[in-house]
Design a protein around this ligand. Structure first.
Ligand code: AHM
Length: 342
């Protein structure tokens, strides 16, 4: 191609940064006060700060363990704490978020002077075991409402179904940094441009294919699985070209990375109950629910493997765990056909 025939790429998406996208969404929403928009922008700011710490962690003595264990009994990484503090310190300002619940905190942090009736749930840095070895990690978040007329938020205020989320998103710190967001009406991805210092719209209206060709599960747990999960696993690896079997296996061990690939390419990701984690491993409020909202808004599906939609589960405690299967509807249905009646 000669220069004469080249023209700069032009797209209606060009130059749409995350703040503009969120603001334009608010302008189209009748009766919007701007509080929700401002809250999303605060979350976005926190993730920009986390991105910058993650990207230079190896140069700034930010890798490795703190020596502490968190409420889940897991070893805490320095970056876990840094990401957690950045979210708290960003969200305590401007008064839109009245409380935040995090994987790293036994109880929620309440911001007593906030006037905005929103709660944020978060896993500030998911996939901690991958931090030191330069494998993708991420931040997961969800937003719930709280009626301040009923009093300041308590732990109980967070025990809402995933259906009650008004927004959910995640940031993947991968080969590029991408923020994926939904407010229930479409799922959109924004890629971080480090030279400008902004997230720009790059994945408009993500749709998960109804079927994929990969499965994602920690196969090292095979001996701990139920008969149904074992039978599904045999099936998905069996040879049947008519059914496009066998599927390929992909497992990063960071849910954000495994779910992000599944969202874009289809297939399924599962962390089922097993004899080591009878209630599942992943946390309902700040891991399973945000992803369930995102997958549903993208045309996919998330269940507990037993026929119950993740978004319909009423949490009984802040750090409740849940078995999780998410991805393309047909692939989740196939998994459940083996496990639903166990
Ligand atoms: P974390 O919150 O300690 O990072 O644990 C959650 C992670 C998920 O990102 C991932 O899907 C899963 O744990 C991996 O678990 P396992 O190592 O048992 O396969």
């Amino acid at each position: 191609m000669s220069y004469a025939s080249w023209a700069p790429p032009s797209s209606p998406q060009q130059g749409v940064n995350l703040e503009t996208f969120i603001l334009e969404g608010m302008l189209e929403t009748e009766g919007a006060t701007g509080t929700f928009t401002a809250l999303l922008n605060q979350i976005c700011l926190a993730t920009k700060l986390i991105t910058s710490r993650v990207r230079r962690a190896g140069l700034s003595d930010l890798l490795g363990y703190t020596g502490e264990t968190n409420v889940q009994g897991e070893q805490v990484q320095k970056l876990d704490i840094i990401a957690n503090d950045l979210l708290i310190n960003t969200l305590r300002r401007q008064g839109h978020c009245s409380a935040l619940a995090s994987e790293e905190l036994a109880e929620p942090v309440v911001f007593p002077h906030a006037s905005g009736g929103y709660l944020v749930v978060t896993d500030p840095l998911d996939g901690s075991s991958n931090i030191d070895v330069d494998i993708s990690i991420g931040t997961i978040f969800g937003v719930l409402r709280h009626d301040l007329k009923t009093g300041p938020p308590t732990t109980q205020s967070f025990l809402q179904k995933g259906r009650d989320l008004v927004a959910a998103g995640y940031v993947i710190y991968g080969s590029s940094t991408v923020l994926v967001l939904t407010t229930g009406n479409g799922v959109h991805g924004f890629t971080w441009d480090p030279s400008v210092g902004e997230f720009f719209l790059s994945h408009n209206n993500i749709r998960t294919p109804s079927r994929g060709n990969t499965y994602s599960i920690n196969e090292g747990n095979t001996s701990r699985w139920s008969p149904g999960v074992k039978a599904w696993n045999e099936y998905i690896k069996s040879v049947d070209p008519e059914k496009n079997l066998p599927y390929g296996a992909r497992y990063v061990g960071s849910m954000v990375a495994d779910a992000h690939r599944t969202l874009l390419r289809g297939g399924m990701f599962a962390y089922p109950a097993d004899t080591k984690s009878p209630g599942g491993k992943l946390r309902l409020l700040y891991e399973a629910n945000p992803f369930a909202m995102i997958f549903e808004a993208a045309g996919g599906k998330a269940t507990n493997g037993n026929g119950t939609n993740i978004l319909d589960i009423k949490p009984t405690e802040l750090h409740m765990r849940v078995p999780l299967v998410l991805g393309s509807t047909e692939d989740v249905d196939t998994f459940e056909s083996f496990t639903k009646n166990e």
